[in-house]
Design a protein. Structure first.
Ligand code: SF4
Length: 63
């Protein structure tokens, strides 16, 4: 299964991914972007988040 991954070392916390794809990306208690654990991920929405990310730090882990 393809799983979205965020490279936190590059993430600027703009929260754009949360706006575009709130079912997958959230801000965790530590103040970092976290990928919600899902049985499967909405490919279109995640692709949109990947496109929108200003730091290019979201990618698919092909598992
Ligand atoms: S869109 Fe990219 S830079 Fe912005 S919060 Fe999400 S992962 Fe971080």
């Amino acid at each position: 299964m393809k799983i979205p991954v965020v490279d936190l070392s590059q993430c600027s916390l703009c929260e754009g991914c949360i706006e575009v794809c709130p079912s997958v990306f959230k801000l965790n208690n530590a103040g970092y972007i976290e990928v919600v654990e899902l049985a499967s991920y909405p490919e279109m929405e995640v692709s949109e988040a990947i496109k929108c990310c200003p730091e290019d730090c979201i990618y698919w882990d092909k598992g």
